[in-house]
Design a protein around this ligand. Structure first.
Ligand code: CU
Length: 65
């Protein structure tokens, strides 16, 4: 499992933007987003770099934890 802290993910719109971006980059990935703790958990994605880049390109600042 990959885990990212995304502190600028602050509302439902952010969650949906990040979900779409990650699903576009890695269609096989399973996402578990925890808005309260600003965490994005990703299962089934082979490459953390791809996920991190997708979140960044959506306009957010992920930090791998
Ligand atoms: Cu938002």
């Amino acid at each position: 499992m990959l885990e990212f802290e995304v502190n600028d993910m602050t509302c439902g719109h952010c969650v949906s933007a990040i979900t779409k971006a990650v699903q576009a980059a890695a269609p096989q990935a399973q996402l578990d987003i925890k808005l309260d703790s600003h965490r994005v958990l990703v299962n089934g994605a082979p490459d953390a770099t791809v996920i991190e880049a997708a979140i960044r390109e959506a306009g957010y600042s992920p930090v791998r934890v």
